[in-house]
Design a protein around this ligand. Structure first.
Ligand code: S3P
Length: 446
C-alpha cells in the first residue's frame, strides 16, 4: 500500500456513516454461532478483526452466510445449531490483530471438549493473555501459552466450575471471556470490576436468553449455565462510536465545519468521548435517540469549536479507552493544558498507546509530557500543527502498526501546516475499512 498523505482542510461539511461497532460485531458472531436458530446481523463490521472471528467459527463447523456486496449494509446470516454442535478445528485459529477475538474465544473454548490453538500477528502475540489465563485456570481450564502470551493451546473440558472473580482491571475482554466460560461451567460465575467496562456482552447475552444477572449501574455480573440453548436473534449493529470519534474531532478542529454522524452507538459504557466533548466546550448535538437489539443509538452533529483543555481520569477512562489517541489531537488544539491520568491500560493495546500517542504529538510539533499513566498536553490554541524540528516539507508519522494512531494522525493532518504522511496505515483495515476513502471523498473537501 502507498503511504497516504493528508493535507489541511476546512469547511468540512458532510454526513458520515461510520461502519458497524467492532465489539458488537464480534459478540454477534460468537453468540449467533452458539445459539440455536438463525441470527441475522446487519451493518456488520467487515474489518479484519471481525472477519477473523467469523472464520474461527466457520472452522469449528458453524454455517455462516455473508452478504457483503452492499458496503452500506454488510450482513451475516448464522445458522446456529447450539453450543454443542461446535467441533474441533482442523487447523490453528488465526485471530490477526484482535485482542477481543483471542480473549473472548479463549473463555468459550476453555469449556468445550476439544483442543484449540489460537494464534495472532506480531502485535497480538506480544499482548498479555495471563489476565484471562489465570481466572480461567481457577475455573478448571487447561491453557498452555508462551509465558502468558499467544499462541494459546486450549485443552477444552466440560468440567469448568464457576468462580467469583474480583478483576484487578476494568476490562470488558476479561469480563466477557469469563462470562462465556461461565455459560458452560457448573454453578455461578461472578465477575466484579473495579470500574465499569463496556457491557455489550451482558446486553447481548440477555437478548439471546442466557441466565445472566446484572444491573446497568452495578460493577457485578453473574451467569449460570442455561438448561435451554440460547436462541438466534436479529441484530442491527449501530455505528462504532470509536470510529465516529475521528470525525467528531475533525468537525471540532477544522475551521467552518459541521459533520453529521448517522446511527452512532451511544451505549453509556462507551460515551466517555461525549462527556469529554462537553468538558472541552465542543458544539455538538445528539439527536434522534433510539434503541434496537438492546443497544441505544443516535445521530450526532458536531461543529467547529473553540476548544478548552480539561482533565480526563478515573472512571471516565474505561468509557473512552480506545478514543484517547484522537482525544489527544483535540487536546492539542485546545486553549490550555489537558491532563490524561489513570490510563495505564493504554500500554497494552495494539501498541504502547501512551508512547505512540506522545510520539505522534511530538512529530506534529506539540509540547507533550509522557507520564506513567497518561500524558500532559499543551494546547496550540487552534494554531496549525507546525511539525517537529526534524520535519521538512512534510510531517511523517509512524503508526507503529496501530490502526487508531494511523487514523488519529490523519485527523491531525486536517489542521497541519504541512502534509502528513502516515506509515503502516494498512492496519486501519482491522477496524475501519474505507476510512481514507471516506476522509478523502470529494464532497468532504473544501
Ligand atoms: C473491547 C474492550 C476494550 C477495548 C477493545 C475492545 C471489547 O479492551 O479497548 O478495543 O470489545 O471487549 P479491554 O477490555 O481490554 O479494556
Amino acid at each position: 500500500m502507498i503511504n497516504p498523505i493528508i493535507s489541511k482542510r476546512k469547511n468540512f461539511k458532510k454526513p458520515i456513516k461510520v461502519p458497524g461497532d467492532k465489539s458488537i460485531s464480534h459478540r454477534s458472531i460468537i453468540l449467533g454461532s452458539i445459539a440455536k436458530g438463525r441470527t441475522e446481523v446487519s451493518n456488520f463490521l467487515t474489518g479484519e478483526d471481525c472477519i477473523c472471528t467469523q472464520k474461527a467459527f466457520q472452522a469449528l463447523g458453524v454455517e455462516i452466510e455473508t452478504y457483503f456486496g452492499n458496503p452500506d449494509n454488510p450482513t451475516l446470516r448464522i445458522n446456529g445449531n447450539g453450543i454443542y454442535s461446535l467441533k474441533e478445528a482442523k487447523e490453528d485459529i488465526y485471530l490477526g490483530n484482535s485482542g477481543t477475538g483471542m480473549r473472548l474465544l479463549s473463555g468459550l473454548f476453555a469449556g468445550l471438549p476439544f483442543n484449540t490453538k489460537l494464534t495472532g500477528d506480531e502485535s497480538l502475540s506480544s499482548r498479555p493473555m495471563k489476565r484471562v489465563i489465570d481466572p480461567l485456570t481457577q475455573m478448571g481450564a487447561n491453557i498452555a501459552s508462551n509465558e502468558g502470551k499467544a499462541p494459546l493451546n486450549i485443552n477444552g473440558t466440560n468440567n469448568l466450575r464457576g468462580i467469583t472473580y474480583h478483576s484487578p482491571i476494568a476490562s470488558a475482554q476479561v469480563k466477557s471471556c469469563l462470562l462465556l466460560a461461565g455459560l458452560n461451567a457448573e454453578g455461578v460465575t461472578t465477575i466484579i470490576e473495579p470500574e465499569k467496562s463496556r457491557d455489550h456482552s451482558e446486553r447481548m447475552l440477555e437478548y439471546f436468553g442466557s441466565n445472566i444477572s446484572y444491573h446497568s449501574g452495578s460493577l457485578e455480573v453473574s451467569i449460570k449455565k442455561s438448561e435451554k440453548d440460547l436462541s438466534g436473534q436479529i441484530i442491527r449493529v449501530p455505528g462504532d462510536i470509536s470510529s465516529a470519534a475521528f470525525f467528531m474531532v475533525a468537525g471540532a478542529i477544522c475551521e467552518d465545519s459541521e459533520i453529521f454522524l448517522e446511527n452512532v452507538g451511544i451505549n453509556p459504557t462507551r460515551t466517555g468521548i461525549l462527556d469529554v466533548l462537553t468538558m472541552m466546550n465542543i458544539d455538538f448535538n445528539v439527536e434522534n435517540i433510539r434503541d434496537e437489539a438492546r443497544e441505544p443509538r443516535a445521530d450526532i452533529l458536531i461543529k467547529s469549536s473553540e476548544i478548552k483543555g480539561c482533565e480526563i481520569s478515573g472512571n471516565l477512562i474505561p468509557r473512552l479507552i480506545d478514543e484517547i489517541p484522537v482525544i489527544a489531537i483535540l487536546a492539542a488544539q485546545a486553549n490550555g493544558t489537558t491532563v490524561i491520568k489513570n490510563a495505564e491500560e493504554l500500554k497494552v493495546k495494539e501498541s504502547n498507546r501512551i508512547t505512540s500517542t506522545v510520539n505522534m504529538l511530538k512529530e506534529l510539533g506539540v509540547n507533550v509530557e509522557e507520564t506513567d499513566d497518561g500524558m500532559i498536553i499543551e494546547g496550540l490554541a487552534a494554531k496549525e500543527f507546525p511539525g517537529s524540528s526534524s520535519s521538512t516539507d512534510k510531517i511523517v508519522i509512524d503508526s507503529h502498526g496501530d490502526h487508531r494512531i494511523a487514523m488519529s494522525s490523519a485527523i491531525a493532518a486536517l489542521q497541519s501546516s504541512k502534509p502528513v504522511e502516515i506509515l503502516k496505515s494498512e492496519y486501519v483495515n482491522t477496524s475501519f475499512p474505507g476510512f481514507f476513502e471516506l476522509l478523502n471523498k470529494e464532497e468532504a473537501r473544501a
